[in-house]
Write a protein that binds this ligand. Sequence first.
Ligand code: NAP
Length: 343
Amino acid sequence: MSESPPGTRDRGSSPRSGGALAHPTLWATFSQGEKGTGGDCEPQTPARTERSGFNGVLIVGCGDVGRRVARLEQEGGLAVTALARSEDSARQLQRLAIAPLRGDLDDPGSLSRLTVQGQILHYLAPPPGEGEGDPRIGCLLARLRAGNLPAVVVYISTSGVYGDCGGAWIDEDQPLDPQTDRARRRVAAERALQAWSADTGVPVVVLRVPGIYGPGRLPIDRVSAGRPLLREDQSPYSNRIHADDLAAACFLAARRGRAGAAYNVSDGNPTTMTDYFNRVADHAGLPRPPQIGLDEARRVLPPAFLSFLEESKRLDNRRMLADLRLTLRYPDLDLGLPACLAG
Ligand SMILES: NC(=O)c1ccc[n+]([C@@H]2O[C@H](COP(=O)([O-])OP(=O)(O)OC[C@H]3O[C@@H](n4cnc5c(N)ncnc54)[C@H](OP(=O)(O)O)[C@@H]3O)[C@@H](O)[C@H]2O)c1
């Protein structure tokens, strides 16, 4: 990776696309929000964060969501590089005008050419599938020392770090109580990043993300197969975010996220898990799946699915809305699901 090509430095992040914009509500509010922050006319408003002047963007974990983030960053005028584990991933990135950098977080030696000085680092790679820690993030952070420091890191975590909250509304001050190894790995990654940030002075912004939905990632196969759901009155709350709104949150978090802060990134309209599957069925024109009680569910449903049924919480997203000043494009499923199924 090298310096950004001439003419691609951050120019205040206004969209430069001639065609349809990836997230119109982001661009409709972004430049307005920039002008309206702080200043003499708003003396009571606490100081707001507004970073700019980035050298470019590095995305680590440039899959479905990462590519949406890349498109927003490109529309904002920045050159985007992304880590690619394989030739195939590299080719796919090139087709999206993303510069691929070959490397694998499971192979420290492969990261020797990774440079990110003055850039936004969006980290969206998952931890490994086993253990209670996240050696992948450790591997990357070991590369990021004086002379090779990003301007800011945005880290995608999960709302699983809160564990079961008995269906209560929770904000980001809720104590972390991970109840699965999957969630413990995320807590370990968040802590490793905060320690690295204290060491280097680079701001880190953590986004705690619930179920991501979007085009091509609805549970259509499960619903079509008629696999049973938990009875509505026993079903836990689930929280969701559309992949495009999550990408917009990443974009804004780099610029407006407070250093060291965590944000619940959800649409603010949790409903039960059973309601979610039923609404997917309704919007897709499929029959609603049958419902079973918890005892039977424990016998017949796969353990991975059951682990999601054993935690219930409702995510308060007000900190995200206030600090990032994100106008959600899909604040509920009735707006988001048709957009996923269109075309
Ligand atoms: N699914 C959900 O509802 C949910 C909820 C909360 C949080 N999340 C998290 O949100 C993040 C983004 O999700 P997504 O759907 O965009 O994921 P995705 O499409 O599966 O993309 C993941 C990316 O991570 C890269 N990656 C995986 N292991 C790697 C390694 N060892 N070294 C380098 N790169 C590696 C992959 O690279 P290649 O392309 O080269 O294979 C891929 O580009 C993930 O961390 C996910 O766990 C998901």
